[in-house]
Design a protein around this ligand. Sequence first.
Ligand SMILES: Cc1cc2nc3c(=O)[nH]c(=O)nc-3n(C[C@H](O)[C@H](O)[C@H](O)COP(=O)(O)O)c2cc1C
Length: 451
Amino acid sequence: MFVFIQGVSPGHIGTLGCQGNFRPPWRSLPGKCSYFCTENPLTSPLFTLPRQKKMHPSTLLSYPVILLLSCIILAGGCTNSSKQMKDTTPCEDSAVLSNILSRTSIRSYKDIPVEGEKIEKLLRAAMASPSAANRQPWHFVVVRDKQRRRALSEANPNASMAQDAPLCIVVCGDLEKALPGEGAQYWVQDASAACQNLLLEATALGLGAVWTGTYPIKDRCDAVSKALSLPDHIVPLCTVCIGYPDSKPQPKDKFDQRKISYETFGGKKVDELSLSDAPAPKKVLHPFDINDDFERNAFNFFEDNGGLILCSGDDKKSNAMTIGWGEMGTLWGRNSLTVYVARARYTREFVDSYPYFTVMKFSDREIARYLGSHSGRDGDKAAALGLHTAYTSNGAPYYEEADLVIECKVMYSDEFEKESFRSSVPENFYRNFPAGLHALYIGEVVGAMKK
Ligand SMILES: Cc1cc2nc3c(=O)[nH]c(=O)nc-3n(C[C@H](O)[C@H](O)[C@H](O)COP(=O)(O)O)c2cc1C
C-alpha cells in the first residue's frame, strides 16, 4: 500500500489510509487535503501525479525518520485544522454561496486545453457528492479527443458546443451499483448531484461549463453510448462541456419567493424566518420614450454585440431568434421597426400568426449566439438559457433578462419576390441561402423598456 499526501499544511486536515484499489473510500476535502492510491486510475498519464519508483536501500533506511516527522507535522496540522474549521465556518459558508451564485452556463470557450490537475479536481468534487445509501452509482468519462467530442455534439441538438469545448466529461450512472428494487432510479439524483458539484468546482477553477442533458432521451443515450463504447450497465446522464470561458455572461438571479411554500403547499412564511415579504427581486425594466431617449445608431443597432433578439407568440407558446437585419424610421406617420425573417425559421410561424412582436437587446452575447444557432423546433430555447418570459400589456412576449425591449404591432408583412430584385446584391445573397427568401414585417413601435 502506498499513500501520497498532497497539500497537507498547517491548518489543513486530511484522512490517511486506503486499500489498493479505486473503490471508496477515496474522498477529497477540496482545497484542503486529498489522498488516493497509486493504483487509482487517476494516476494515468492524463494527470501529473507522482508515480512509484524502485527504492534504493538507503532510502528505505530513512523511512522511520520520515514517518516520525510526518506524524508530528500531521498531528500539528490536524489540531490547527479543527480549530480553524470552528473559527472560519461562517466565512466558508459565504464563500460557498458566492461560488454557487457566480456559476452560470458557459457555452463558448477559448482554444486552451484544460490542465490535468484541474480535471482531477473536477472529478474529485463530483465524487464527493452524497448518494443514496452511499452506493456512489456513477462513472465519469473524460473526453478530449476531437472526433469523439464531435460525436457527442451530434448526439444532442443542445450540445453543439461539445465539439468546440476542449474537454467534455460525460456523467454516467452505473446500474450495477444502483440500489436494488424501487430505489434503482435514485442513480439519477446521485449522478445529478455529482454533476452539480463538478459544475461548481469548474467555476471555482476559473473554468466555464454547461450541462447538456442526455438521459432519459433514448436516441441521445444510444448515440453517446455508441460514441464512447459504454457497456449496457453504464447509462449517460449528461455531457458537461468545459473550457476556459470565451464570454462572461452574468449569472441570473433566480431566487423567487413564489416558489416557496411553508409547511404545506401554498403556506405563507412563518414570522421567525427572515425572508422578506417583498416580491422576488427582479431586474426591472422601465418604460421609456423612444423619441426622446434612444441614442443608438440605426445602422449598427441590429447587428451590434452579436445581434438583437426577435420574439413572438403568446403566453402559451412563443419563440425567439437572433436577427442581424432591420430598420427603424418613420412610416405612415408612425415610428416603425422592420425585421426580416427567412422562410425556414420556426419564428416565422409566430410572426405570421401573432399581431405583436418584440425586439430585445442583451449585453450577454451568448444569448444571441445561442438563439441564432438553435431552432425552437428542437426545444425550448428560452428554458435552455434560463430566460424568463414576461408579457407586455398587449400580450407580446419578452424576456425579463433583456437590457432593452422594443414592442411592435405588425402593420404590414410581405415576402420578397425574386422578380422584384433590382440589383445583384439580393440576387447574389439568395444564390446560396438554403433558408429561403425573407419576409419583412413592418411594426409600429408601441412600447419601449430598458434597464
Ligand atoms: C447574428 C445573427 C443574425 C441573424 N439574423 C437573422 C435575420 O435577420 N433573419 C433571419 O431570418 N435569420 C437570422 N439569423 C438566423 C436565425 O437566428 C437562426 O436561424 C435561428 O436559429 C432561427 O431560430 P428558429 O428556427 O427558432 O426561428 C441570424 C443569426 C445570427 C447568429
